[in-house]
Ligand binder design. Structure first.
Ligand code: ZN
Length: 433
């Protein structure tokens, strides 16, 4: 009895301390603003310095495949053009008027942004094996400066440090929270705006940034679907935040989603002006063409762009039931892809080859029909003008909502799933796809 009372007392103390902590955090107010970033070479060291309103304490570590230095921070409000961290190749692609910082020494490129509520991250792509010399934040007149100092290292030392870095990141992450999966009478549609937070996605012309363009589109689409009252609409992110690819798939599976729609926009390094229009992708083991393979490879790099340690992907289960489910799911995905291009072309331009397939990680839920809609090319002038226009977004997202309505109208509830999938597959094949 006494121990129970003691436990109760501790619980109250813990609660009181937590409340105090929350009050203190609130008193501190908004996260500090970062206003500038620059890299410089001093002797054999390469330094990356961020100018902030006030000092923050961070943790720096290394990761491999690809070689990166990661700086994990409390939440920072980065008011800095992401182009400042672009590599030369990325800079050519985005064709921005403002020039990227010339980078040399150990830094190939760098990114920064929000990772999760209360957390931000800087990801530095390295040109070779490096060691972290220091991470310091010191006041400067009227502001503060966070400086990461890197020095060349040996391959062996870098690899050992990167293994330690991976362990550190895993330990800090802890188990993923399981959100409650409220049973829903209505079909659940998961809308997945690509990228977010520290992972900006494609940087396009006229300062268009993929993560913002696709979030705006996703919100417009979600509002239309919710207004119809036919669906339960769930977003993988509804804010400028990083969500790992695997987590996007898990959200859809946990909710038993009836449809998963990932929204993206691409940019090309060369001939960017000639290539235009939307493309709808489905998952396949073998890419439909070289361009689809390139896009899938690029989109699948989202986790590493955000400074996440590469995780072992679960090997595909060789189970006959799994295989049947997946085949049926893919048939539904194809049906929806066809419907989506048919409806989308009413309001927007399609790519000359608008239905393709490749091994997109985010489309791999075996039991959720999934498509990835690339809205257009941020490297193309007309596409950028469209994709950033509220009027275009309104009419184009209305067509996606219509395609979704048509898809669900066809999936009759009294038809056994396998039979309807079979019919769906036949319809797709006879359509000459
Ligand atoms: Zn993308």
């Amino acid at each position: 009895m006494r121990s129970l009372l003691a436990a109760k007392a501790w619980q109250w103390i813990a609660l009181a301390l937590a409340a105090l902590g929350a009050a203190a955090a609130h008193a501190q107010g908004a996260p500090p603003i970062a206003i500038a970033a620059r890299s410089e070479i001093v002797g054999r060291e390469t330094r990356l310095a961020f100018t902030l309103q006030s000092c923050v304490s961070g943790e720096a570590y290394l990761l491999q495949n690809p070689s990166r230095a990661i700086v994990d921070l409390p939440e920072v409000n980065f008011q800095i053009d992401p182009a400042v961290g672009e590599s030369e190749a990325q800079h050519k692609r985005s064709r921005r008027r403002r020039h990227a910082e010339p980078k040399a020494g150990l830094i190939e490129s760098f990114r920064f942004g929000r990772l999760a509520p209360g957390k931000s991250r800087i990801v530095v792509d390295l040109t070779g094996p490096a060691a972290i010399v220091s991470l310091n934040c010191a006041p400067i007149p009227g502001a503060a400066e966070l400086t990461l100092v890197l020095a060349p290292s040996t391959d062996a030392a870098f690899k050992a440090a990167a293994r330690a870095g991976a362990k550190r990141q895993q330990a800090a992450e802890g188990p993923a929270p399981a959100p409650p999966a409220a049973p829903s009478e209505k079909p659940v549609i998961v809308i997945d705006p690509g990228h977010g937070g520290v992972d900006t996605g494609a940087l396009g012309r006229d300062h268009a940034i993929e993560k913002f363009v696709v979030l705006d589109f996703a919100k417009a689409l979600g509002a239309k679907l919710r207004a119809s009252n036919h669906y339960r609409v769930v977003f993988t992110r509804d804010d400028d935040i990083f969500v790992p690819l695997g987590e996007r798939v898990r959200i859809a599976r946990r909710l038993n989603a009836a449809l998963f729609v990932s929204i993206h926009a691409d940019a090309l390094a060369s001939n960017g002006d000639d290539v235009t229009g939307a493309t709808v992708y489905t998952v396949s083991d073998r890419a439909s063409d070289a361009e689809a393979a390139r896009i899938a490879e690029h989109e699948n790099m989202a986790d590493s762009a955000a400074g996440e340690e590469a995780k072992e992907s679960a090997s595909d289960v060789n189970d006959i039931l799994f295989d049947l489910t997946r085949r049926e799911t893919r048939a539904f995905s194809h049906v929806f892809a066809r419907s989506l291009t048919d409806y989308f072309k009413v309001a927007a331009r399609l790519n000359k080859n608008p239905r393709r397939s490749a091994g997109f990680v985010v489309l791999k839920a075996p039991d959720v029909p999934s498509v990835l809609l690339e809205l257009g090319y941020l490297s193309n002038e007309t596409d950028v003008a469209d994709l950033t226009s509220p009027a275009w977004r309104d009419k184009a997202s209305a067509q996606v909502a219509k395609a979704i309505d048509a898809f669900f109208a066809r999936r009759l509830p009294d038809q056994p799933a396998a039979a309807s999938a079979d019919a769906a597959l036949k319809a797709t094949q006879s359509g000459g796809n």
